[in-house]
Every structure is written in C-alpha cells, then in structure tokens.
Design a protein around this ligand. Structure first.
Ligand code: HEC
Length: 137
C-alpha cells in the first residue's frame, strides 16, 4: 500500500512538472526574438555593393523566399503553414537592429526558421543580410 501511494504521488509530481515545462516552452516561443548584446557589436565585414547584394539575392531566393516572400513581406508560398504571420523584413524592428544582430538571427534561426550556420558560409550570411537590407530602401 505504501508503495502504491508513493507511485501515485510520483505521477502527480511528474504531471505538475510537465505542465510547468509546457508553460515555459510556450512562453519562450511567443517571447520577442532578441539577439544577445554581444551580437550587436559585430561589424559587417562584407561591403553592401552590387556583388554582395547580387549573391545575397540568389541565396535569398533559394533559402528564404519560400517563407519571407519575394520582397520580404512575409507572403512566401510556405508562409501560410507557419503558426503566425511573419513581420515584413523592412519594418521598424529590422531598422532598429544592427547588422550584427540580424546576422546572429540568420546564423542561429529560431523554430520554424532554420539556422543558417551549417547551410551557409559566414560570407553568404552577410551577403543575404546585405540583400534583405535593400527591402527597406
Ligand atoms: C520556414 C520558414 C522560414 C525560412 C525558410 C526562413 N525564415 Fe526567417 N523567419 C521565419 C520566422 C517564423 C521568423 C520569426 C521568428 C520569431 O520571431 O520567433 C523569422 C525571422 C527572421 C528574421 C528576424 C526578423 C526581425 O524582425 O527580427 C530575419 C532577419 C530572417 N527571418 C531572415 C531570414 C533569412 C535571411 C532566411 C534565409 C537564409 C530566412 N529568414 C529563412 C521563418 C523563416
């Protein structure tokens, strides 16, 4: 009997713990996505010229357009499968971020956005950043 009791106590504790976990994970998912302080200061080593923007456009069209849309308006063919609408990549939030912060986001990704760490070289990540900056111009 004693054994049985501690078993049911254990399952209650397990249930409570799972419940708390779910709440934390949901909160983490809906929280605003911010890059760490250290990322802010990373300077963009790749000049924003015709060459890097041209290369960035190719990367964007193969890896990003499906979600973010042709002009970054969040209207790509896969956007409708995402949980929430995408903010346009030319908005005030983007303008308020340094190149280093946006580079960090492209590098790390955040579900459902894939991380660019393995699929793109550092140079390619800066190039695609230079390209998406043109949306705001
Ligand atoms: C599977 C769809 C998907 C793909 C593919 C994708 N993204 Fe995203 N992206 C997202 C989502 C969703 C968010 C919002 C994430 C959040 O805020 O939690 C996002 C956010 C961003 C942000 C942050 C915007 C801001 O206001 O801070 C940038 C920059 C970005 N994406 C660039 C890119 C680039 C560049 C690529 C291609 C290399 C790319 N994304 C590919 C879905 C995608």
């Amino acid at each position: 009997m004693k054994n049985l009791k501690s078993k049911s106590q254990n399952s209650i504790i397990f249930l409570l713990a799972s419940f708390v976990m779910v709440i934390f994970l949901t909160a983490a998912q809906t929280a605003k996505w911010t890059a760490p302080e250290t990322a802010k200061k990373t300077a963009n080593p790749v000049p924003s010229d015709a060459t890097s923007i041209g290369e960035g456009k190719k990367i964007y069209e193969s890896d990003c357009k499906k979600c973010h849309g042709k002009k970054g308006m969040g209207d790509g063919p896969n956007a409708s499968e995402l949980d929430k609408p995408l903010d346009p990549l030319n908005n005030a939030s983007m303008k308020g971020q340094t190149d280093g912060e946006v580079f960090w986001k492209i590098t790390e990704g955040r579900k459902p956005m894939p991380s660019g760490k393995k699929t793109l070289t550092e140079q390619q990540r800066w190039q695609v950043l230079n390209y998406i900056r043109t949306f705001a111009k």
